[in-house]
Design a protein around this ligand. Structure first.
Ligand code: FMN
Length: 379
């Protein structure tokens, strides 16, 4: 067992342990992947100011996101098919998040259902909503999240249509995987993954199969997904969804100050500056590059968070320094899950917390709530 010291170690191990189709689904962006790459590259280019001879004792990373106490300003982002990285993956990730004291966001396109995750955790998680044409189904999905005690709804606005990811097309991504020779040969080299999958019957989209009309099995589901994501989604829909939900609302996928102002007008509690991890508009700026203008425009009116490319605690503090009040991580925790199951998600969170804590101290601060633009090195 290799010694894991950084998120990159978890990625390398996940690549070895997760079938290619599902690993590639995660480690990919749309088209040329330029936005995907820039998310991390632009974060890495932000330099920090080192301070010395400052009392660095008694440090804290604890803060609040939409009024909820968190042990650090990092939530687990919604990631579809998490349960195909490791058997019952969403339950494992939610448990790791709960124990660590950070929010977990369950994707609409999860393998374990809202009810599965609720039955296997003891604190409320957040539910991410994709809007489909079947409004009846969407209404019921919102009600199910409410009934399960979810404490916030994360409405994703940047996936009415799907950016093309070459690898998924080439691999013939499906869940469960089709029993082709290529897939079987590849899975035969992933015994841990096969074992974890044999322990569960959850291998298809738990929030959808059996709940949406006309979807009984997976072969009709892929077709259904392509047909069902609603290209007409607009701000009027945000209004009725907000009303039907009636609780804390977070809007995900904002990249432009004008859209951020509309998000404020909608009455949402927080917005997430996000380009979907570089998986939608290839050619969009990195989310860290889009953040400052959005903070300038609406930072006083709504909580602004950011995701995309965060692979370390240093990246988290860079986002905070540029004005984000919270961050989300996608691939960083998914690599941990694929590598080591629940322990791997915990490991990812520990690594990031430790890096954040030490980096904050090197910058001369003891309280994460005090991080601001003054820790940035400017030439
Ligand atoms: C494999 C994968 C699946 C994703 N599925 C969803 C999803 O179902 N819903 C959603 O709102 N965002 C989804 N996202 C986007 C993430 O929530 C998040 O915005 C992104 O992963 C952040 O970038 P990072 O992975 O570099 O941290 C997905 C991202 C990945 C990598």
């Amino acid at each position: 067992m290799p010694v894991i010291t950084c998120i990159e170690d978890l990625r390398v191990l996940a690549k070895r342990r997760v079938p290619r189709m599902f690993y590639d689904y995660v480690d990919a962006g749309s088209w040329t992947e330029s936005t995907y790459r820039n998310n991390s590259l632009d974060l890495a280019s932000i330099k920090l100011r080192q301070r010395v001879a400052v009392d660095m004792d008694r440090r804290t990373l604890a803060t609040r996101m939409i009024g909820e106490n968190v042990s650090m300003p990092v939530a687990l982002a919604p990631v579809g098919l998490t349960g195909m990285q490791h058997g019952d993956g969403e339950i494992h990730a939610a448990r790791a998040a709960e124990k660590f004291g950070v929010p977990f966001v369950l994707s609409t396109m999860s393998i374990c259902s809202i009810e599965d995750v609720a039955a296997n955790t003891s604190r409320p998680f957040w539910f991410q909503l994709y809007v489909m044409r079947d409004r009846d189904f969407i209404g019921r999905l919102i009600d199910r999240a409410k009934a399960a005690g979810c404490s916030a709804l994360v409405l994703t606005l940047d996936l009415q249509i799907l950016g093309q990811r070459h690898k998924d097309l080439k691999n013939g991504l499906s869940t469960p995987p089709k029993p082709t020779l290529r897939n079987i040969a590849n899975m035969a080299t992933k015994p841990r993954w096969c074992w974890s999958m044999l322990q569960t019957r959850r291998r298809s989209f738990g929030n959808i199969v059996g709940h949406a009309s006309g979807v009984g099995d997976m072969s009709s589901l892929s077709q259904w997904t392509a047909q069902q994501f609603d290209p007409t989604l607009n701000w009027d829909d945000v209004a009725w969804i907000k009303e039907r939900w009636g609780g804390k609302l977070i809007l995900k996928g904002i990249m432009d100050p004008e859209d951020a102002m509309l998000a404020v007008r909608s009455g949402a509690d927080a917005l997430i500056v996000s380009n979907h991890g570089g998986r939608q508009l290839d050619g969009a700026p990195s989310s860290i590059a889009a953040l400052p203008a959005i903070v300038d425009a609406v930072g006083g009116d709504i909580e602004v968070w950011v995701d995309g490319g965060i692979r370390s605690g240093q990246d988290v503090i860079r986002a905070l320094a540029l004005g984000a009040r919270g961050t989300l991580i996608g691939r960083a925790f998914v690599y941990g899950l694929g590598a080591l199951g629940e322990a791997g998600v915990t490991k990812a969170l520990q690594l990031i917390a430790n890096e954040l804590d030490l980096t904050m101290a090197f910058c001369g601060l003891r309280d994460v709530n005090a991080v601001d633009g003054s820790i940035l090195f400017r030439n």
